[in-house]
Design a protein around this ligand. Structure first.
Ligand SMILES: NC(=O)c1ccc[n+]([C@@H]2O[C@H](COP(=O)([O-])OP(=O)(O)OC[C@H]3O[C@@H](n4cnc5c(N)ncnc54)[C@H](O)[C@@H]3O)[C@@H](O)[C@H]2O)c1
Length: 306
């Protein structure tokens, strides 16, 4: 039995407690202070992730850390150094790798079913913005929300990004702009394998959580649509209607959250690599910081500048 401690019992902390209790055999939740802890899940606010990671690593505990590891590259590198000295398991919470739809797309691309990928399109729109208090400590939309899409681009392309260019605006709520952030963005990237990526983000899609990807390649295309409660389509004299997308991350990704923790527990039990390590956490943050720089300086930014 793998005993896990959880730090932070807000929205995402509660998600992980529920999935471990109901869907992760072989693991149970204990308290952090208990010396019998094998691993910890860090679900507290982002500004605490790096320091708690280092404390846990130095205490020899395996760590699952919610995204992002930190907003600061220097602090992420301190986590890397701690891991070099104390080689425990470390996994970053990029749950979308474990989503059934995105896994199927990645597997098709990796198997060569669409040939060399040329264009990757990622649509990622939330149904409603977070609170302004959350926005203020989130590090901004690119490091808080788009970071999942940056990670998705790496996952689907199978390589790092080379260059990024951002257009962004405050179109949803002026209070987000007053807090120094944006709520709407179109981002283009060139990946190291030459493929081009287009990401579009909004903090408010009135019809629900809009999470779609498409990869177009030399020999074809693979795409997924949103998950819905059912695939029923009603056709009548008023028109043709179907269900809205599942509401938000709790509804859409609950299976993925359980799968990511199963993979973390499995890596501990089998003494194997975690599927998403500190380097994945670092690269996504570099992309987020490059996006911020692109917006501030109105120019394309090379990832190597970060
Ligand atoms: N993977 C995902 O889909 C996903 C979704 C939401 C949030 N997150 C990430 O999870 C983290 C938390 O987000 P949230 O939405 O749950 O926020 P939240 O504000 O709802 O919860 C954070 C909790 O951490 C607690 N906390 C703060 N500092 C602490 C400390 N030093 N020790 C222990 N607890 C502490 C707070 O009291 C709060 O209860 C963020 O880093 C966010 O980016 C990830």
């Amino acid at each position: 039995m793998i005993n896990l401690g959880i730090i932070g019992a807000g929205r995402i902390g509660r998600v992980h407690v529920e999935s471990i209790c109901t869907q992760v055999p072989g693991a149970k939740v204990k308290t952090l202070a208990d010396p019998e802890i094998d691993g910890v899940l860090i679900c507290s606010s982002t500004d605490t992730h790096a320091s708690i990671s280092i404390e846990a690593i130095e205490a020899g505990k395996h760590v699952f850390c919610e995204k992002p590891v930190d907003h600061d590259i220097g602090k992420i590198k301190q986590v890397m150094s701690a891991l070099e000295k104390h080689p425990v398991k470390y996994q970053v919470g990029f749950n979308r790798h474990f989503d059934h739809n995105f896994q199927a797309v990645q597997e098709a691309v990796a198997a060569g079913e669409i040939g060399q990928p040329h264009i990757i399109r990622i649509t990622s729109r939330d149904p409603e913005p977070p609170s302004i208090d959350y926005v203020k400590v989130s590090g901004g939309m690119f490091l808080d929300m788009t970071i999942h899409d940056f990670d998705m681009a790496r996952f689907l392309a199978g390589c790092n990004a080379e260059e990024i260019y951002v257009q962004a605006a405050v179109l949803v709520d002026p209070a987000i702009g007053e807090a120094g952030d944006v709520d709407t963005a179109v981002i283009t990237m060139k990946m190291e394998n030459g493929s081009l990526v287009a990401i579009d983000n909004s903090r408010k899609a009135v019809y629900g959580y809009d999470q779609r990807v498409e990869v177009f390649g030399a020999d074809g295309m693979v795409s997924v649509s949103n998950d819905t409660t059912s695939s029923a389509v009603i056709s009548n004299a008023n028109g043709v209607t179907g269900e809205k997308p599942l509401y938000f991350f709790l509804e859409r990704y609950m299976q993925a959250y359980a799968k990511e923790i199963r993979s973390f527990v499995n890596a501990i039990q089998e003494d194997t690599e975690t599927p998403l390590g500190i380097v994945d956490g670092l690269e996504a943050v570099r992309m987020g910081l490059a996006a911020k720089k692109s917006l501030e300086e109105h120019r394309p930014v090379k990832i190597s500048e970060i």
